[in-house]
Ligand binder design. Structure first.
Ligand code: UDP
Length: 500
């Protein structure tokens, strides 16, 4: 850390995201937040991923004068045995490619060290999967922060289940309901809902998690894309019981204030022009549209399952926008029921987006009244920020934990009824939720029953709290202030650095 005399000296930080949209998008938003507070920020991105975000970063620089930059780090495709240009987890179609991808990422330690040596940033925020960043930063006495991409609640559950192994909890069958011990609430789960690494059947990820935990212990702290008021008991548990040094500075997506920010947040290819989309939504009644999206990754649901969702949506009578990215136009056998797309288009009942959708822009539109989500942390938080209740369809990662937060703790959503965790790399063949369940959950959520009204009230309150949290005086805003101040102090007295 370079020292400086003046109290208002500028900090310079590096932000290094993992190569998945669900991890890159919030880190880009976070970089903009730091830059908006006068910090010079440098984003470390691989070449193709950099092109996805260069437009929005350039816009922040030219329009608002932010000191925000992209530094490109190339991946060694050939050496890692990866096809040229496969830079994103989303492009990985076979599970065998995952270890090679991780290997390629690990090889970025050396170029990272060269950059750290040259620029000597005041600290680096690196994704949890970039475990080598702690060691690289320590070589130059630079503090490293970890970014997990999730919130306090899922991390509290994961930590607890790692330390209190499920077999020690006396669970004898996959479907047996057990209470996750030692948490502020009675959180019930089944073994079927746990990830393969917790069930002991994914040696690669089990080892990866050990490295993650180890590198986190040696880090300065953890930045969390959440806000205190959303999960106060778990923010306290995380810090006071699990002993983590953490700063919640979200929801970071709220940095995107207007439609251009929201549409250009990640410049992935969109098949539907945003103006057409907004016009379509403008033609709908307030909160009458259900938005359906299962995250940034190629979705592995079976064709039979897509078919059931379509029929369930049709039966529910609700208008919808459905992001169906992995269904290709040219596919011979459409997974959608015969005539479905035409029927939905003719009555302006449904809009199907077959590429990337500007999710935050859609969720924030007043016509959207419900969100069917795979419960990815970002999506869940974006739903809360927009004040939209949810139908939960968890699939993998920590999504079953997030479902619990939505439906049991916050009571702002309805479970569709998925029972089993699956790795995101596995193509699914069966139907886990029939059309009747889809239709029933959607009707309950979008209807005018007492349950739906209560959920709307609660999520609206949380949305207001989210917005307050990121405004001056709000909890996340002040956490960011405190963090910046702490590092300005350290910059004046570099010997104060702790952690690394
Ligand atoms: N997203 C988007 N358009 C899409 C799909 C996803 O903008 O068509 C964004 C979404 O807003 C969120 C991120 O991609 O910020 C997905 O992150 P999340 O944690 O919800 O799920 P993941 O994709 O990591 O499973």
């Amino acid at each position: 850390m370079s020292s400086c005399e003046a109290a208002d000296c500028q900090l310079h930080i590096f932000l290094f995201p993992f190569t998945a949209y669900g991890h890159m998008i919030p880190i880009i938003d976070m970089a903009k937040l730091f830059a908006a507070r006068g910090v010079k920020t440098t984003l470390l991105l691989t070449p193709h991923n950099a092109t996805m975000f260069s437009k929005s970063v350039e816009r922040e620089r030219s329009l608002f004068g932010l000191d925000i930059h992209i530094q490109i780090l190339g991946l060694p495709f050939k050496e890692a045995g990866l096809p040229e240009g496969i830079e994103n987890i989303d492009d990985i179609r076979s599970p065998d490619m995952l270890p090679s991808h991780f290997l390629a990422i690990q090889s970025l330690q050396e170029p990272l060290e060269q950059l750290l040596e040259k620029h000597r940033p005041d600290f680096i925020v690196a994704d949890m999967f970039l475990t080598f960043a702690t060691e690289a930063a320590a070589k130059y006495g630079i503090p490293r922060f970890v970014f997990h991409g999730t919130g306090f609640f899922p991390q509290c559950i994961e930590e607890t289940l790692v330390s209190r192994k499920t077999h020690e909890l006396g669970i004898t069958s996959d479907r047996e309901i057990f209470v996750v011990p030692d948490l502020p609430d009675n959180i019930e789960m089944t073994r079927l809902q746990l990830s393969d690494h917790l069930r002991g059947s994914d040696a690669f990820m089990t080892e990866a998690w050990e490295h993650i935990r180890d590198s986190e212990k040696k880090s300065y702290g953890i930045l969390v894309n959440s806000f205190y008021e959303l999960e106060p008991a778990y923010a306290m548990h995380y810090k006071n019981v699990l002993g983590k040094r953490a700063w919640s500075i979200g929801p970071v997506s709220l940095r995107n204030r207007n439609n251009i920010d929201k549409a250009e947040r990640a410049a992935k290819k969109t098949s539907t022009d945003e103006h057409i989309l907004v016009n379509w939504l403008d033609s709908k009644d307030p909160r009458s549209v259900l938005y359906i999206c299962f995250g940034s990754m190629y979705s592995r649901l079976s064709k039979a399952q897509w078919h059931e969702i379509a029929l369930g949506l049709e039966d529910s009578g609700t208008s919808f926008i459905w992001v169906l990215r992995n269904i290709k136009q040219e596919e011979e056998e459409s997974p959608l029921p015969e005539g479905f797309e035409d029927r939905m288009a003719a009555g302006k009942r449904g809009l199907i987006i077959k590429e990337w959708a500007p999710q935050v822009l859609i969720l924030d539109h007043p016509a959207v009244g419900g969100f069917m989500t795979h419960c990815g942390w970002n999506s869940r938080l974006e739903g809360v920020s927009a004040g939209v209740p949810m139908v939960t369809w968890p699939m993998s990662a920590e999504q079953f934990y997030n479902e619990n937060l939505i439906t049991k703790v916050l009571k702002i959503g309805i479970q569709v009824g998925v029972e089993k965790w699956n790795p995101w790399t596995r193509d699914l063949e069966d139907v886990s939720v029939e059309k009747e369940k889809v239709s029933k959950a959607v009707s309950r959520l979008m209807g005018d029953g007492e349950e739906a009204k209560n959920m709307r009230t609660r999520v609206k309150e949380l949305s207001d709290m989210a917005k307050e949290a990121v405004e001056e005086g709000g909890s996340s805003y002040e956490n960011l202030t405190a963090l910046i101040q702490e590092f300005k102090m350290l910059k004046q007295k570099p010997s104060n650095v702790v952690g690394n």
